[in-house]
Design a protein around this ligand. Structure first.
Ligand SMILES: [Zn+2]
Length: 99
């Protein structure tokens, strides 16, 4: 059994052939991985602030308190709800500053 490969265009305008029902664009997928997909929802300055502090994963983010994260240059209070959501989605949270 062979399935016809069809030409598709993703939201970003990449054109690719796929035969499966999966609509994932390989170009977007690859660039998302390169751009640290774990924090893809954040603004560019916020991502740079995290990278500058060596935070490149949810696990590392969970080792910081909210106050420490807010002290990073370029990371404003508007990013905190997004970080909370990222942490919660991975079963993590900010480090408790009281401990
Ligand atoms: Zn794409």
């Amino acid at each position: 059994m062979t399935r016809q490969k069809t030409l598709r265009t993703c939201k970003a305008g990449h054109r690719y052939y796929k035969s499966s029902d999966c609509n994932t664009c390989p170009v977007c997928e690859a660039s998302a991985k390169q751009n640290n997909s774990w924090c893809a929802g954040l603004s560019a300055p916020a991502r740079r602030a995290l990278e500058g502090a060596g935070i490149d994963s949810v696990k590392k983010l969970s080792m910081f308190t909210k106050a420490e994260i807010l002290a990073l240059h370029g990371l404003g209070p508007s990013s905190v709800p997004k970080l909370h959501a990222i942490l919660a989605a991975n079963g993590q949270s900010f480090r408790d500053s009281k401990r």
